[in-house]
Design a protein around this ligand. Sequence first.
Ligand SMILES: [Zn+2]
Length: 302
Amino acid sequence: MYICLDLGGTHLRGAWLDEQGRHGPVLVLPRKKTLEGTKEVLSELIIKLKKSCPGQVKKIGLATAGPFDRQKKVYLSPTNMPELSGFKVGSFIQEQFALDLILENDAQAAALGEVWQGGLKGENQAIVLTLGTGVGSGVIFDGRIWRAAHDTGPELGHIYLGEGPIERCGCGQFGCAETWLNKKALLDLFARHDLVLNDPKEIWPYIRNEHTGAIKALQEYGHRLGLFLSQLMIIFNIKAIGISGGISSLGTYFLAGTWSMLKQRLQKRPWLLPEKIVVSPDSQMSALWGMARLIALAMRAD
Ligand SMILES: [Zn+2]
C-alpha cells in the first residue's frame, strides 16, 4: 500500500492506493501558505490516510509543482510556493513517519497516471496537459515519463503562442501557451462575453441554459488549445493526447474547437494529427495514480 499526495498552491490532496490502482477516497485539506502550515497539513493528511489504509504503508509519493531536486527531495524555489524554498521534504517525511518519499512533478505524475489508469489507459506514448491555475505537461515514451536533461521533462506550457494576454507568465516572459490557456485566461474569455466569474466551475449553469457567450468563449478556448497542440504535434507527432486538471471537465464544450483548429493548422500535414484527445475520467486522481505507478516501478527496480 502507498500513500499518494498531490500538493498544490492552495490544497493538499491524497489517497491510499495499491499497485493495481485500487484506492480509497480522496481527501482534501487546505494548505496555509507557510512552511510550518505545509508541514502540519502534510502530517495531518498522512496520519489520516495511514489510519484508513487497509494494509501496511510501504512508501509515500508526492506530486507537486517545482522546481525541486527530485533525487535529493528538496524544493528549490517553487514559482507559486516560494515559502517552500529549500524545504527538505524527503527528510521531513523520513523523520516523521520513517517512510521513503518519492517526489515527482505534478503534471508528469498526471501523465503517467492517465496512461496507467486514466483516459489513455494502455497507451505507450502520450502527451498529457494539465489545464488549471497553470498549464503543466508530461510526455510519456515507452510507458515511462520522459525526463530529458535536468530531470525535469519538457515545460511545454512555456512554448510561445504569440502576443496576446498582457499578463506576464510565471517564467517572466510574454506570450507563453500557459498565459493563453490557464484558468485566468479562460475567466478573461468569459468576462469578454459579460460573464464575470471567480472560477471556471461557475460556468455550468450558463452552459446548461445554452448561454451563447459561454459557448463562444469555450469554443475560442478550444481554438487556442488546438493551436497549441498543432505545435506539439509538429514536434512530437504523438497520437494520444490526454487532458487533465480543473478545466478539463469542460472538455465536451471546447474540444470541438480544438479539433477544428488542429485540422485547419495541419491541413496539408494530416499525418501529424493526433488520433485522440481524451479528457481524464477523474482529474483529481491523475497525479495520485501516477505516484502509485512510480512507486510500484521503483520498488520493482529495488
Ligand atoms: Zn512562460
